[in-house]
Each structure stands twice: as structure tokens, then as C-alpha cells.
Design a protein. Structure first.
Ligand SMILES: Cc1ncc(COP(=O)(O)O)c(C=O)c1O
Length: 418
């Protein structure tokens, strides 16, 4: 028998399957209320329109749409995306360019693969997007975590951490942030914090990665979602976004905007990964923008998700254990909950929640510093409103039982609030 395990590289060792992922896999297709994933509601997919577009781009433009295409993306599509970004208020400087990605997840890998050497420092929010940590981890960096409060990354602490790292002589490669409708925390960075973050990046000569899948889904009035990219005068921001939530994740189309020198290097990396992103979905996405399908999908999704967010907040207010705290998301797909005891471990509780018919993602894996075991992430885009209420009720009962007799902490106070 071949000992396949023995043949795996050290790098692959870093990608060990997580227990949580394995557990959640077991729930697929079962009668479980899943508050775990981050899937769009499939009722939002514009199926008829996409079918019509796909038929046309294959039959009428098949010579191109079924052919190999440039590594940076189909030229017409890139131009269309740049215009679209302009309309959404994302500034692209003259010395910058846009490259198409096979999902923005690929951007995370390409950035790290192209820029990160072993033992470089990457600064992330506490918590941050788990799959970003995993993508970066392969290239063996150190992570420094900066906590968040309801206004986003604590930039005062960021500066202290940067000073400490500089004093230690460490090489800080970039700061990774999800400023709007954060995954998993649901928090949106205030304008003041964004400005402070850019000032700090300038003062210490650092680069920022702005991961922005969710700014299209803002449910409240008057929220400032000006991208860091637009506020930046020095070319310090690499911006990424995706069609996954505004059209369909199955198309696997994302994009990245950065200085031309970086885009050129990213292109070289991408060439070895997949030559180019699949041509056909690029044509489909391009037509979907041109025909207004993307904007209409965003409108529909925004209404559906706003209702679901409200349903989750009402259920949390009604059922969730006293002392638990969650930032109210103005957009996005997630709510993160902090339970009021450090003696509770949501990872250990997950099998029992699944037994009772509800799945969630334990928060600890989102924390680069090993904390967060008393937190969990809930998704509200995929489940129905009824499932949201039922799921939150079941989880709250479980947490209430588990918290009985445990030492409590004051979570809002931890965040500097009364
Ligand atoms: C913050 C963040 N970045 C990147 C991604 C990856 O998205 P995709 O690869 O589908 O574009 C996601 C998906 O949920 C996300 O939440």
C-alpha cells in the first residue's frame, strides 16, 4: 500500500482539516438549521437572466467566450469592471490596474504568495476572515492581531503594535482589513478610524489590503461606506471584491485593484496557478453588469437580507442569554455573538447544538491570537426567517443551560462601552 500521507509537503501540513469543518460537513443535506455558512439565498440568483445571457455569449460570442483569455482577465470585462467600480465610488489611480480573479479567495492566496516570506508579519483584525488566515498561513508568516470595537479596528492599539514590531525589527508586510460589514464581526469601520488607519499606514510606510465583498449590502440609511481605497492619496491600499454575493458565487469571479507593479507581479503568480480565470463566466458577468442584472440582484438581495437581519436581531433580543453581546451589523451576512463567560467554549458546544438541530461557526478560529472561544458567528442570508427564529431560540436555551453557575464577564465593558 502506498503511504500517501507520507508524500504530502510540509506546506500541506499547515492545511490540516479543521474539526469544525469536518463536523459541519456532516450536517450537509441533513435536517439541520444551518446558521453556519455564508451562502447567499439561492432565491436571489437571477437564474432566467443568467440563462439568457449564457446562451447568447456562447452562441453569439463563443469564439471568444469559450477560448483561452489573458491572465489579467478579458480586456473588455476589465474595462467594464473599472467603470462599475467608478460608479460605486472606488477610486482607481492612474498608476493602478485591475486584475480579474477566480473568486476573491484567489486574491488572498496570490497576495501572500507574491509578497510574503516566512516570518514576515501580517497584521489582522481580531477576529478576521478565517479563510484569509488559512490562505496566508501557507506562506508561514507571523500574525499580529488588533482588536476591534463597534467602530472597527482599534487603530490606537494598531499603532502600539506596529511600534512594538518595529522595535523587534520585524518586517510588516501588510495590514489586512474588512472595513465594511466585517466577516465575521458584522462591524463597519467609521470614517475617523479609516482616516486614522491611513495616517498610520503613511507614518510607518505600510500597505493595507481592503477586502470588500459586502459594501453592496448595506441595510441602514446614512452609513458611510467610502472605501479606504478612495480615501488613500498615496497608493497604499490594495482593494479586492467579488461577484459572489452580488451575482452568484458559482461563477467564481472576483477582482483586485493595486499599483501596476504589484498587478504585474500578481499576474505572474496567477499564470502558474490557473493561466487565467475561466473565460465564460467573465463574459457572463460582463453582460450582467451591462444589462443591469447585477444592480437589480443587489436590490433584491438587499431587501431579502435586511428582513433576515432584522429577524435575527429580534430573535436575539427575545431569546439570547442575558449579558451576551453582539454588534448590530449595518450590512453583510453575519452577526457575531460574545457570550458572557470565559468558561464557555463554543467549539465544545457545537456537537450538542447540532444534536438539537442547529449549526453555527465557533468563533475561536477567526482569532489569530487563540482567543475568542466564547464567541460564535451566525449567518442570516441563507436560512429562512422561521429557521432564524427557531435556530436562535434553540442555541439560546443551550447557552443558558451551559452558563448556569459559571463566572460571568461584562462583555460590553471589555469593548470599552458601558
Ligand atoms: C471577507 C471575505 N473575503 C473573501 C471571501 C471570498 O469570496 P469569493 O472567493 O467567493 O470571492 C469571502 C467569502 O465569504 C469573504 O467573506
Amino acid at each position: 500500500m502506498v503511504k500517501y500521507e507520507r508524500l504530502l509537503s510540509d506546506r500541506t501540513e499547515l492545511l490540516r482539516a479543521s474539526e469544525v469543518r469536518e463536523l459541519l460537513k456532516l450536517t450537509e443535506g441533513k435536517k439541520i438549521i444551518s446558521l453556519a455558512g455564508g451562502l447567499p439565498d439561492p432565491r436571489v440568483f437571477p437564474k432566467e437572466e443568467l440563462a439568457e445571457i449564457a446562451r447568447e455569449v456562447i452562441l453569439e460570442r463563443g469564439d471568444k467566450s469559450l477560448q483561452y483569455s489573458p491572465t489579467a482577465g478579458v480586456t473588455e470585462f476589465r474595462e467594464e469592471l473599472k467603470k462599475y467600480m467608478g460608479k460605486k465610488g472606488v477610486k482607481i489611480r492612474d498608476d493602478e490596474d485591475l486584475m480579474v480573479l477566480t473568486g476573491s479567495q484567489q486574491g488572498l492566496d496570490i497576495i501572500a504568495r507574491t509578497m510574503v516570506d516566512p516570518e514576515d508579519e501580517i497584521i489582522v483584525e481580531l477576529p478576521t476572515y478565517l479563510a484569509a488566515l488559512n490562505a496566508f498561513r501557507v506562506y508561514r508568516p507571523y500574525f499580529t492581531g488588533v482588536p476591534m470595537d463597534e467602530h472597527g479596528m482599534r487603530t490606537d492599539i494598531l499603532e502600539e503594535e506596529i511600534k512594538r514590531l518595529k522595535w523587534l525589527g520585524r518586517e510588516i508586510k501588510f495590514i489586512y482589513t474588512i472595513p465594511v460589514a466585517h466577516n465575521p464581526a458584522g462591524i463597519t469601520m467609521s470614517r475617523d478610524r479609516k482616516k486614522h488607519l491611513l495616517e498610520i499606514a503613511s507614518k510607518y510606510d505600510l500597505l493595507i489590503i481592503e477586502d470588500d465583498p459586502y459594501s453592496f449590502f448595506i441595510y441602514d440609511e446614512g452609513v458611510d461606506i467610502t472605501p479606504l481605497k478612495t480615501l488613500d492619496d498615496e497608493g497604499r491600499v490594495i482593494y479586492m471584491s467579488t461577484f459572489s454575493k452580488i451575482l452568484a458565487p458559482g461563477l467564481r469571479i472576483g477582482w483586485i485593484i493595486a499599483n501596476k507593479t504589484l498587478i504585474d507581479a500578481f499576474e505572474r503568480s496567477k499564470q502558474t496557478i490557473d493561466l487565467h480565470t475561466a473565460t465564460l463566466p467573465q463574459y457572463i458577468a460582463m453582460e450582467a453588469i451591462r444589462r443591469g442584472v447585477v444592480d437589480r440582484t443587489i436590490e433584491v438581495a438587499r431587501k431579502v437580507y435586511r428582513r433576515k437581519r432584522d429577524a435575527m436581531i429580534s430573535a436575539l433580543r427575545e431569546y439570547m442569554v442575558e449579558g451576551a453581546w453582539w454588534p448590530r451589523p449595518v450590512g453583510g451576512l453575519f452577526i457575531m455573538i460574545w457570550l458572557p463567560s470565559m468558561e464557555i467554549d463554543t467549539k465544545k458546544l457545537l456537537p450538542r447544538a447540532i444534536e438539537r438541530g442547529v449549526a453555527y461557526v465557533p468563533g475561536a478560529s477567526f482569532f489569530a491570537n487563540g482567543m475568542g472561544w466564547n464567541t460564535l458567528r451566525l449567518n442570516f442570508s441563507f436560512p429562512t426567517e422561521e429557521q432564524i427564529e427557531e435556530g436562535v431560540r434553540i442555541l439560546s436555551d443551550l447557552f443558558r443551560e451551559e452558563l448556569r453557575g459559571r463566572e460571568r464577564i461584562n462583555v460590553p465593558l471589555m469593548f470599552g462601552m458601558k
